[in-house]
Design a protein around this ligand. Sequence first.
Ligand code: F0G
Length: 336
Amino acid sequence: MEMSIGSKHVTVPLAERYRDRLSWTDATPIVSLGEGSTPLLPAPRLSKRLGLELWLKWEGANPTGSFKDRGMTVAVSKAVEEGATAVVCASTGNTAASAATYAARAGIPAVILQPAGAVARGKIAQAQAVGARLLEVQGPFEAALDAARELGRRGTHALVNSLNPYRLEGQKTAAFEIVEELDGAPDVLALPYGGGGNTRAYALGFDEAGAGLPPLLAGEASARAYTMATAIRIAEPAHRPEVEEAIARSGGSVVPLADEEILAAWRDLAELEGVFCEPSSAAGLAALRREPPKAGARVVCVITGHGLKDPEAAARLSTPPLPVPPDPDAIAEAAS
Ligand code: F0G
C-alpha cells in the first residue's frame, strides 16, 4: 500500500487541502500528522445566552491539541527542505509541544526554551515524551525568545516560533476553513491574544480568502505578565504593531480581561457546550462578553487549545471526585 500523504487511506491534512496556497515545492518533504480541518461547532446554549449565532472553531482537535500544529507542519517541512538539522523555539508550552512533536516526526532534534515554572504539565509531558531537549530559562518568556532568536541567527537551529513566516502561512488556513464552511466571513471573529501571531495569521487568511476581513476581537490578559492563563503570559507581544494594524483595519478591538472573566468563560464552554479547553483558550469568549456584537450576529470564537494540556487548572477550578463506599444505596445518595 502506498503510504504517502494524499493516499486515499490517509486523513487529508491542511498541507494537501490547501496545497496551492502554501509555499511547497516539488522538493518539500511534507511533515504531517493530519492537522487542520478542525470542527466548527455550533454553540446553542451560549448562543441563546449571548443573543448571537455563535460558532466555536475547535482547534484542540489538532494532533497535539492546539492550533500551533497548523503552522508547525509548514515550518518544520520548510526547515527540513532548507537543510535544517535541528529546530529551536521559546514557548509558553503549546508551541513547544508542537515543535517537539513535528521534529520527532521529521527525525530531527528539538530544543525547547521555556520560562521557568510557567508551563502547564500536559504540555511539558508532550514535549518530553517525544524526546525533545527541554531547557528551563530562568526568566520570562521574552528572555527565552531572545535566546531562541539568537540560536536561529547562528544557524545551528531553525527558529520555529511564529516569527518564522511559514508558521503564519500554515495558521492562516483556519480562516480558509471558516470561510468555506460558513460560505463567507463571519460578522465577528474572537480569539485569544498572546504574542499575536495567530491574530495576524487570521487577518492574512481572511484577506487571502477574499471574503472580507471581519472585525477581530482579540482577548488579552490585562495582567499580561502574571495571568494564570499561562499560554498567554507574555508581557511584550512580538507581533504587536501588526496586530494593532490588522485590528484597526478590521474595525475590531483588543479587549483586556481580568483572570476571573477568562475563567468564567472557560467554565461555561465546558459546562454549557462540552468543550473542555485550557483557560487561555477561553479569552475569545470572555472578549465577546465584554464587547458584545449586535444581536443575532454570526460570530466565530476560536478555541485554541485542549483542556488536557492543563490538568492542574481543571483540578483547581472544578469539583473534585467524592469518595464513596462500593454500596449502591450510598452511591445513589451521593449521586443525587
Ligand atoms: N491560545 C493558546 C492555547 C496558546 O498556546 C497561545 C500562544 C495563544 C492562544 C495565543 O496565540 O501568541 O499567536 O497570540 N501560545 C504560545 C506558545 C505563546 O508558546 O505556545 P498568539
